[in-house]
Design a protein around this ligand. Structure first.
Ligand code: BG6
Ligand code: MG
Length: 226
């Protein structure tokens, strides 16, 4: 594991990495898109991954040519409606909803004394971690309310390292979104993508799913990529 010599911490995205809540965000946004008359597509769904609530709504409105059709107050209502729907969807999450391989991976990281933080754009991240029973692993969570700019800006991943007392070069970032991988790369961390390698082109290495995300596999793949 020599490649890991300088690595002391892991900075995790949450939605789509730890649990499949990316699907629930998508479901709630799809309903808003239908409401405002924006045609839904996989490409639009991918563009929303990792992007904050207000910016996501703007993307949906622009995609339907409706960027000037709503007042700020109406946009706030739409974003609130999406969030209320999302909160209903996450209210039934249990530890069974943690993605395959993640419990073992977190346990292994903990055993090997790696530091861990969460760099999620979601203001619902603490509630999701609570429902999944994972709060003990993540006492350190970047507060998205403190950010000036969202992903793909590196700020959230730089903060994710800083709250662990680490430099970005000492961290590996884990992400399912193209915007998130760009943010990790720009932060100067090693990027591990979860998903489609064509969508996550900039990632240092990509795993199609979390089920093979292990320290040994990351180490092996990083050696191949070096
Ligand atoms: C990200 C999700 O983690 O959080 C996005 O990938 C979501 O889909 C964003 O829009 C903001 O989440 P929330 O819960 O604060 O609306
Ligand atoms: Mg994500």
């Amino acid at each position: 594991m020599s490649i890991f010599k300088q690595i002391k911490g892991f900075v995790f995205d949450l939605d789509g990495v730890i649990t499949d809540t990316a699907r629930l965000h998508t479901k709630a946004w799809h309903e808003i898109a239908d409401q405002v008359g924006t045609p839904w597509s996989h490409e639009l769904a991918d563009k929303l991954r990792g992007i904050g609530r207000e910016e996501s709504l703007d993307i949906i409105l622009r995609a339907g040519g409706k960027q000037d059709a709503y007042t700020d107050a109406e946009k706030t209502q739409l974003a609130t409606a999406k969030n209320e729907h999302y909160q209903r969807l996450i209210s039934t999450l249990t530890p069974q909803d943690i993605l395959p391989g993640i419990p073992e991976f977190l346990h292994d990281l903990h055993e090997h004394e790696y530091l861990m933080s969460i760099a999620s754009a979601s203001r619902n991240a603490p509630a999701v971690l609570e429902r999944l029973g994972l709060t003990q692993y993540f006492p350190k969570i970047v507060d998205p309310n403190c950010l000036h700019t969202g992903k793909p800006n590196p700020e959230i991943f730089i903060k994710g390292a800083a709250i662990l007392g680490l430099e970005p070069r000492q961290c590996i970032g884990v992400e399912d979104a193209a915007a998130g991988v760009q943010a990790i790369d720009a932060a100067g961390e090693i990027s591990v993508g979860i998903g489609d390698k064509d969508v996550l082109r900039g990632a240092t290495i990509v795993f199609p799913t979390t089920s093979t995300l292990t320290l040994a596999n990351i180490s092996g793949r990083l050696k191949e990529a070096a």
